[in-house]
Design a protein around this ligand. Sequence first.
Ligand code: AHR
Length: 631
Amino acid sequence: MKNGIFNTITIIALLIISSCSGNSDESYLGQWQYTVKSTPNGDVNGTMTISKSQEGEYSGELSSSQGTVQLTDVSLTNGELKAGFYVGEAYLSLTGNFEKTTFKGELKSETESFPFNANKIAEVSNKEEGQTPKASITVDSNPDTKPYSPMIFGGFLEHFGDQVYGGVFDPGSPLSNDRGFRLDVAEALRELKVPVVRWPGGCYVSGYHWENGVGKDRKPTDDMAWGVVEPNTFGTDEFVELSEFMGWEPFICNNAGNGTIGEMRDWVEYTNGSEGEFAQMRKENGYNKPHNVKIWSIGNENWGSHEIGQKTIEQWVPLVVKAAQEMKAVDPSIQLAAAALPSKEWTLPLLEKAGQYLDYVSIHQYWLPLWGENKMPDYMTCIMKSEGPEELISDYINVLEEAGYRNRIKIAFDEWNLRAWHHPNFPRKTVQDYNDPEVIESIEHRKKNLIASQYTMADALFSASFLNACLRHSEDVGMANIAPLVNTRGPLYAHPKGIVKRTHFHTLAMYANLLDSRVVDADVESTLLEHEGTSIPVVDVVVTQDDDGKNWSIAIINRDPLQHASCTLKIGDELLDGSYNATVLSGDSPDAYNDIQNPDRVVPENIKLIFENGVVFLPPHSLTILKVTGK
Ligand code: AHR
């Protein structure tokens, strides 16, 4: 840090620590998450560590995104802390009291004072000297860059729970427009710049017959996947209208379960045709102009025994070929995906025969398989899944290469999320007895998807890792759709009175709004985060650059739950130095979440990051998007 440039405010923003001495039970030893309240720069967060040497001397340290300082003159008596520290010439004192897992205190300079409060987050510091998480990021000053498809910021909506009904579509709600579209939901989703939405399923589509969802005379039908009654009031025309209203591309997944190739063909004619029986049907329904739906998928997970009308690969390949031929005969301009497993056994035969018709192969993954049991694994269990997307995508690219379709067919990762949706005992693939207590009870369990406290910083950081993997493989990943977009396990929770933006909402918003248009190869070295015998890099990075090659936006994830990561960043021969704009999402603990009562507990903050000789300290469990502007 450079002396002389700090006033009290910046000193506090730079978050430095003090020292302590202890009370009899020594419960203050460990790590504390602190907030300095109401500084002119807003609230400032960081970590305070209190340690005791074998000789019985207390020491401490304060860390924040601005750096780490050692405490001096620490005294701790009966839980009362007195300590001080210098920033340049200025002395700050820190005083206060520890009470079990809370600390209430005051940070004072000569002229000002601020409340300094903390909560305990770890019993003893695991931060030995030399073990601070570290990463070094080196970027060529004149690098090779590649574009990426904004379609990776897509979403998925299924007729399940209240994703559609009571989610995006809520006729009669005071929050909806006269078409039934929820305006608060729409406004929030616009923030995500969602470019494409896949609909109507999911498992649901493998029992869905689109003709039930168009026209004036719509009757409720049985939803064979999810065991409920489908009102059919939201169908193709509503989806297309919603898509126009939102400005996203509609992506229709068709029924390759118990549907026929004829239905698939007719659906394309209904949406895109100018003449013919089904184009006429659309016109009679009030839509004279074709809807022009450009992106279609043949089937959903038809490889799985959970799916209505499961197919073997021997059945699947000819079905895809025939369906593609029929659909393209109606509209040769449509883009086609086909359901696939990301394995050689499924993909090689599929592409050998059907590859010529396809633009995408459609793959799905949820990294925590919670369909049957709604466990809420802790932060570490979740975060250790973060390298899964990178591994799966890299492996699958090798399969596309082997099939001879790399660079011709893209991956549509058209369902992804950290947590699988919770729906025990379903799908059952048959009409249900709606009065059966077992059915009623199983359906009731789905409400557990709405428990707010499970959507923590783990969801935010996992989602960032997923998007980093897609960006790194931007030549091969053409689309990705978070599943779902609204409610269930989606980033946006919509309830009858409003919305809550979950932690991963903010990740998606940051990526869609803050990154530049091209991906740059970066050399990243990181220490490892270890947990239960496995390890992953503690820091994950993606570097982007604008079209002029002058400005950079760098997404950096610090996965460590407790410790700041010390990152060194070099562009060409230059180590970053000085102050840079950044947006940081971290929450005040790894388990922080947003809910109806506290919708803004986890929100991105715009801050100045100070680099010194290339080094910056990034907060624990955080996502940072750093802006480096060229000269
Ligand atoms: O749990 C939801 C289901 O997950 C989707 O309907 C299906 O496509 C996926 O297996």
